[in-house]
Design a protein around this ligand. Structure first.
Ligand SMILES: Cc1ncc(C[n+]2csc(CCOP(=O)(O)OP(=O)(O)O)c2C)c(N)n1
Ligand code: SF4
Length: 481
């Protein structure tokens, strides 16, 4: 008798990514600690998105806090907002794209401290969005500081003697605060501690999302959620603590439910034509097409996502800007995103560039099709991110090793030495830009020369840069054969 094959009953929601491509090597699990409420709530939201079949028009706004990486998990539209600003970002998204389902996901530090004004104003305006407010009574991400929701007497890293109400005020009951405004249509509080509370919270989540599907208005669901790490407890003790300590202070209830009374019909989905953005930005799109796109482009190199990396002073940001400028002058859609940070002090500096014939979803390049590595640490750091069979361009003057992977196409360019021969090693970035254009055919040589006039601010360096581009271009072309 053959063994029956059972379909798994419990499946990952479809609106979660199949794999969580957050870091090389970590693809199956989230970054949350064991027992953390964020993971539980994520799953409830994802299941509801699946059931309402709204993944293609959902925009999830991740906050600053432990859930900052939510965009690695939810396979929907994602925006990462500055601390406390998710309701403002959500307002913009909702008003620009009224058919979107906007989810603002926020912690208590994010929503009730730095973002208190934002949330009250958005709720008071009755913006059409749902806010999931994760109340774990502390700042989890930064190591457990006191939050506006920290309970009286509760010990945190910034209230080692326990929260003193006479000094810090009483904990804010956000659901009650929002509920006394006129505009919100649904305000509720749930908890993630027992099976009963979890299934009740699931219903609240669905109801609030349903209100968005039906275009009814502002919905707010506060969720009492465990932070075993920040509280210094095991997950079972943390659940018990929510039940015994948090629930008495933050009662579970549905404070407002006007979802049957209020109905603001949503406009039918109406995608905004790309030209309308140009209109809004006062860009004459016919003027953009100053240079014919380089033709023909091998499909392998079309619509590239570039990561360009090196150490501070190698001009990697300018190299990226040059590539983006060229793409723009050839009438393509482009983005350029510099990455600053500790890299400025001697490590790697890098930028993300997209050049595309299509609308670009995100300026972030997490899976580059092309890596331009100007020094060895950049190769080591970003090689694992390159897509399978992608192109890596190495400044061999500074890189002695070769990629570990054998699926990559490698173009070796002794860029710094070539630039040195021209009189200035700092022009290595332009050698690389020329080599990229010559090798892939993605950018026309004339376009680069014109682009230099725009991006190189020191006029006396334009000649040198032109020569560097020309040398790189020839090397790239002959390497291609
Ligand atoms: C403008 C700004 N101020 C402060 C910080 C530091 N910071 C990062 S996360 C955080 C608190 C997050 O706590 P919470 O919203 O409760 O989320 P949790 O980590 O508990 O999920 C703070 C203060 C920051 N990133 N940006
Ligand atoms: S620190 Fe707390 S809130 Fe953050 S992931 Fe860990 S358990 Fe969750």
């Amino acid at each position: 008798m053959s063994t029956p094959v059972y379909e798994p009953y419990l499946q990952k929601p479809r609106s979660f990514y199949e794999r969580y491509e957050r870091k090389a090597g970590i693809k199956e699990v989230t970054h949350y600690c064991p027992g953390c409420g964020h993971g539980e709530l994520h799953k409830m939201i994802a299941e509801a998105i699946d059931d309402f079949e709204i993944a293609d028009r959902t925009v999830f706004i991740s906050p600053v806090g432990c859930s900052v990486f939510a965009y690695y998990y939810f396979d929907v539209g994602n925006v990462q907002a500055a601390h406390g600003r998710a309701p403002a970002v959500g307002t913009g998204v909702q008003r620009a794209r009224p058919h979107s389902i906007v989810i603002s996901y926020q912690g208590d530090g994010d929503l009730a401290a730095i973002g208190l004004n934002e949330i009250l104003q958005a709720a008071n305006r009755g913006e059409k969005m749902v806010v999931f407010f994760v109340n774990n009574a502390i700042y989890g991400m930064t190591g457990g500081q006191m939050a506006p929701t920290t309970l009286p007497g509760m010990t945190t890293t910034t209230s080692p003697g326990g929260r003193k109400v006479e000094e810090a005020g009483a904990p804010l009951r956000m659901a009650e605060l929002i509920a006394q405004l006129d505009a919100p249509v649904y305000v509720a509080r749930g908890a993630l501690c027992s099976a009963k509370d979890i299934s009740r919270t699931r219903r609240l989540v669905r109801k609030a999302l349903q209100a968005q599907v039906e275009g009814r208005g502002f919905a707010f669901v506060e969720v009492l959620s465990a932070c075993p790490t920040g509280w210094g407890m095991t997950p079972p003790d943390a659940h018990k603590w929510i039940h015994e300590k948090m629930k008495p202070y933050f009662p579970l209830d549905v404070f407002v439910d006007k979802t049957d009374e209020v109905h603001n019909a949503r406009p039918e989905p109406e995608p905004v034509p790309f030209e309308r953005y140009h209109e809004a930005l006062r860009i004459d799109s016919s003027q953009q097409l100053s240079f014919p796109p380089a033709q023909p482009v091998d499909p392998k190199y079309a619509n590239p996502r570039l990561k360009i990396a090196g150490f501070g002073g190698q001009g990697v940001l300018l190299l990226g800007l040059g590539a983006a400028q060229c793409g723009m002058m050839e009438g393509r859609r482009v983005t350029w995103l510099p990455s600053y940070g500790p890299e400025m002090r001697g490590g790697t500096a890098h930028c993300h560039v997209n050049i595309s014939d299509h609308q670009i979803g995100s300026p972030l390049v997490s899976r580059p099709t092309v890596l331009i590595a100007m020094n060895q640490p950049s190769l080591e750091k970003f090689e694992p991110q390159i897509v399978e069979g992608g192109l890596v361009m190495l400044n061999t003057s500074m890189i002695s090793k070769r990629p570990d992977r054998d699926d990559l196409e490698v173009l070796e360019v002794p860029a710094s030495e070539m630039a040195q021969k021209l009189g200035n090693p700092r022009a290595a970035n332009m050698v690389m830009l020329g080599a990229y254009a010559g090798y892939t055919g993605m950018i026309g040589r004339e376009t680069i020369e014109a682009a230099l006039g725009v991006i190189v601010k020191k006029r006396h360096l334009i000649d040198l840069n032109m020569k560097a581009v020309a040398e790189g271009y020839e090397l790239g072309r002959s390497a291609r054969g």
